[in-house]
Design a protein around this ligand. Structure first.
Ligand SMILES: O=C(O)CCC(=O)C(=O)O
Ligand SMILES: [Mn+2]
Length: 195
């Protein structure tokens, strides 16, 4: 039986299962996603300059969505993504219509502090985040309460992180760079775009 624990974060509903998939299943998904996903190098505008994003990305699903200032026109679902979506819907009790994939090629790839609180995701978005490949640190920081320390977890190969309820309203999250040598990592965040 997989073990799902609730993280001790006030104003948030976050569950973590470090081994939603076995090592063997995780290895198969990692290889398939590496090959089958149409990975893109997008750029972001920062300080008036166009800079490459520090990771590769891809967006699949039914609805377009604006993320990090990018208008994402989704690519149609692939069988491997539909299979994962079905498993995640069963496990989380929520429905999703889109998935954003991130490929962190090295420890120098990262994602900055943000909340997934875009209007297109509705009031209390349920986000299901799946992880394959190299383990990376993932941290939470409360938006307003300075008395609460940031909290970190390690997103292990095959793990599932569920962020629900008021989480995105109150907390930011990020994946910091690391100087450790880490294997490439694939993250999928299943979302429901409502507008
Ligand atoms: O790679 C991760 O674990 C985080 C991804 C994330 O926060 C996002 O795609 O919004
Ligand atoms: Mn996020």
């Amino acid at each position: 039986m997989p073990q799902r624990t609730r993280l001790n974060l006030p104003d948030a509903v976050v569950y973590f299962d470090p081994q939603f998939f076995s090592k063997e299943e995780g290895d198969l998904y990692f290889d398939r996603l590496m090959k089958e996903i149409n990975w893109q190098q997008e750029s972001i505008k920062m300080f008036g300059k166009q800079l490459p994003m520090p990771r590769l990305t891809a967006w699949y699903g039914d609805k377009s969505y604006t993320y990090s200032g990018l208008h994402n026109k989704p690519q149609p679902w692939l069988p491997v993504l539909q299979k994962l979506k079905q498993k995640i819907e069963q496990a989380s009790g929520h429905k999703y219509n889109s998935v954003l994939l991130n490929l962190y090629r090295t420890g120098q790839d990262s994602m900055g502090w943000h909340a997934d609180d875009e209007a297109e995701l509705g009031q209390e978005p349920a986000i299901a985040s799946l992880n394959f490949g190299g383990e990376r640190k993932f941290s939470f920081k409360h938006k307003t309460r300075k008395d609460l320390k940031p909290q970190s977890i390690n997103l292990t190969h095959g793990s599932l992180l569920l962020m629900q309820g008021p989480t995105q309203h109150h907390w930011l999250h990020h994946v910091p760079k690391t100087t450790r040598t880490v294997e490439p990592r694939i993250n999928l965040t299943f979302r429901k775009v409502v507008t």
